[in-house]
Structures are given as structure tokens and as C-alpha cells.
Write a protein that binds this ligand. Sequence first.
Ligand code: UTP
Length: 308
Amino acid sequence: MVANEARLWSSLGTMNGSVKKAVIPAAGLGTRFLPATKTVPKEMLPIVDKPIILYNIEECIRAGIEDVILVAGRGKSAIEDFFDTSYEVEDVLLKAGKTELLERVQSVKDKINIISIRQKEAKGLGHAVYIAQPVIGDEPFAVLLGDEIMIETEECKSAIGDLVDLTQKNGKSTVAVMPVEKADVSKYGIIECTEKSENLWEVSAVVEKPSLESAPSQLALPGRYVFGPEILSALRDTKPGKNGEIQLTDAMTQVAKSEGLLATVLKSRRFDAGDKFGYLQANIEMGLENAEVKEKLQHYLKQLASTL
Ligand code: UTP
């Protein structure tokens, strides 16, 4: 084992082999959802009856994460409020005997700590992760993009939990990738890589939203990462890159070249809820799994399809 690997491994070891902190950057401007996001953070938009952010928090809980560092920005206080006690609502539900709904409203509060940090200016995803450093300290940690939803499957209980397991097993920072169509490479961070073993790639560089001609592969980053603390030193030295933002992908290239970086395709279902089409897809698919509306929705979709 090389020295750098041993260092990450030992930092994992000091935590009894687990990752307990996750950063959820949610301070972006959400321009793709304007005008809705003028006053409502996109992370609070509902998928059926749950805000997007709650899917991510539940994914963290299933992975055994204890502290979530929520990076919020201006106009995002509704996200912070969501994780507070709502005495008025809870009292009304209690008095009305709506215990099931009350449990749903209270569900996450006691299972995870939410620590909120403000990104005063949207200087990029890399900057959003970097400002969580005082809370992260010198530990490995997870990052979940606040507008990406990963739904559990039989093979994958928690997307971020699977990455945590792989990071511990291999002693290297590990990120999720997904194959994308050629037409879509310019929307994502794309990895340059060599295959190490089945469904495990050794990353040599990450390119932010490349043109098709310059894309090193068709493996894109969908927004789930587990890093050792060295990503924070890389971010400290990262200058503004594409679009003048501090890019997480630039710091990932540094880590790939020094400590090493692995990538894997996760077995969860994914929705890009920060994009209009992905958001609608998530609502339809999750609606078809919701006991209250699924039959009506099925019927409606069949009827609608016959008219298209
Ligand atoms: P996006 O670029 O997808 O999100 O950033 P955005 O800026 O909110 O949305 P659009 O493109 O204008 O519609 C990916 C993630 O990084 C966070 C965003 O909140 C999102 O979860 N982010 C981005 C920050 O927290 N801070 C930033 O400065 C930039």
C-alpha cells in the first residue's frame, strides 16, 4: 500500500471504518426552475409529497451517516426550517389523532443532525464543499448533490452507503459514475479512466462539461462522492475554472493524480430532479409507487397515452 493510501486508510480506521459526515450542497441558484425557484429552493420542491432534500437525508440515514452539513444560500432558509420542530402543525395533527401523518412529519429529526452553513455567494460546487471544512475536520466524508435523487433498489439500500463501503474496502476516495449518451457528455463532469476490475475504474482526470470531441469517456458524475480529507486541501488550492466557478471536478483531478480516485456505477435508480424533465419523471415514477394515488395515476396515464 502506498503512503497516501495508507494515510486515507488510517483516517478511515480512526472512525471504526465508517463515514459519519455528509455534505449536501444546496446553495445553487436553481435557474433551470425559475420562476418557481425565485422564492422556493429547488430542494424543497415536492416529489409526490416529500421534498427533494428529504430523499437525500433518508439516503444518508440508511448509510449510517450521523451529521449532515447542509450548505445553503440566500433564500434557502425554508430548507433549514424544514428540519426544525413545527409545533403548530404537530399540535394540530396530534389533536386530530392523525398519528401516522404526525410520525411522517417528525420522521427524520431524531435520526440525524442537520448542521447548516451558509455559502454567501454561489462561487461553485467546489467552493460549497470547501466551506464545510471546519465541520468536517480531518475525516473522510460523503457529498450528495441536493438536487439528485437516488432511490433504493433490492441491490442497493443506499447509494451513498455503497460508496462508503467501497471507499473503506479500497482505501481510496470513490465516486459514482453513470454511462451517458454522446449528446449528453457536455452536461456533466466526465472521467478519464482505466478499468481496474468489474465495475471499478481508476480515475486519472475529471473534465467539467467537455465538448463531445474532448470528452475522455462517456462516464459522467451523477452527484454522489466519498472523499478523504485530501480533497479539502486540493480545493483550497483550486482556482476558479469553467464559468469562473471553483469546480469540484478540478480538485478531483488533483486527488486522482496524488492519492488516487476510484469510480463505480451504482445500482440505485436515479432522477435528476434539478432538471425539468427529470423532476417530472421522478414525480410520475414515485407517484406510481404511492399507495394513495397509484391506481388513479395508472388509469390516467393509460388514458392519456391512448390520445398521444
Ligand atoms: P447546479 O449547477 O446543478 O445547480 O449545481 P444550480 O446552480 O442550483 O442550478 P441551475 O443549473 O442554475 O438550475 C449542482 C449542485 O451544487 C450546488 C447546487 O445547489 C446543486 O445541488 N451548488 C452549486 C452550490 O451549493 N453552490 C454553488 O455555488 C453552486
